[in-house]
Design a protein around this ligand. Sequence first.
Ligand code: ADP
Ligand code: MG
Length: 257
Amino acid sequence: MIELSHLDLSFGEGSSAQQVLSDVTFNVLDGEVFGLVGESGSGKSTVLRCIAGLYDHWTGTITVDGHPVDKNLGKEHYRKVQMVFQDPYGSLHPKRSINSALIAPLQIHKIGDEDKRINEVLDQVGLPRSSRFRYPHQLSGGQRQRVAIARALILEPQLMLLDEPTSALDVSVQAEILNLLVQIRKERHLSYVMVSHDLAVITHLCDRLAVMRQGCIEEVLSKEALLTGKMKVDYTKTLYEASRSYDRAMANQLETA
Ligand code: ADP
Ligand code: MG
């Protein structure tokens, strides 16, 4: 589904240039849930943004579903690849109703059947159809993230890029949203790349994961390798130990992807 090869990216010019991604290489298979973990600032969101086609000043190669991601990216890419951000309050316009948030992508991509599609997607994310005419501030954090997920799903993408999709939510609703994502992926046969700083959660949900540090991939490993302590890099071990006591209780509430 994704092939990413020797990706380099810097921000800024000349002496103030900061290299943010160095030689990032990994692939994601069709239907796979792939995790990206690492400390804050390690470049996880930047990798997602490159795949989404939101940056074009990188070098290397990216292909999604066999098509190169480059400067001539067509509308089709933006339909196929959808992103869900960390903070649903920030990603939804406060003055626009849920209905207009959901109708906008359909209009941009000239897709009809608006009423039917909106009702279906609200059903799928577990929101009442009546929430269509509400505004973001009238919903809870968890409900807002359900809207953001609905907005991504309404274009029937093949790939969802999930950037810490629950880290802005109360612990009590995090598992609920993660389980919803697991369920949606099973029903729609989607591929996911999921960013998290929580290795316990990622291990639970993902088939394979990449560990990032300072813009580099430290290692790519399977869930089994992680669970049986077969990581090759000490940094992964440190992250794993740190997450062990931390969010086990939450990970135990999750369904398996
Ligand atoms: P993560 O998601 O792993 O926390 P990011 O990908 O957001 O990390 O950021 C990686 C590095 O790139 C950080 O040092 C951040 O400050 C820098 N960075 C990210 N976006 C920009 C930008 N638009 N302009 C300049 N620097 C940026
Ligand atoms: Mg980030």
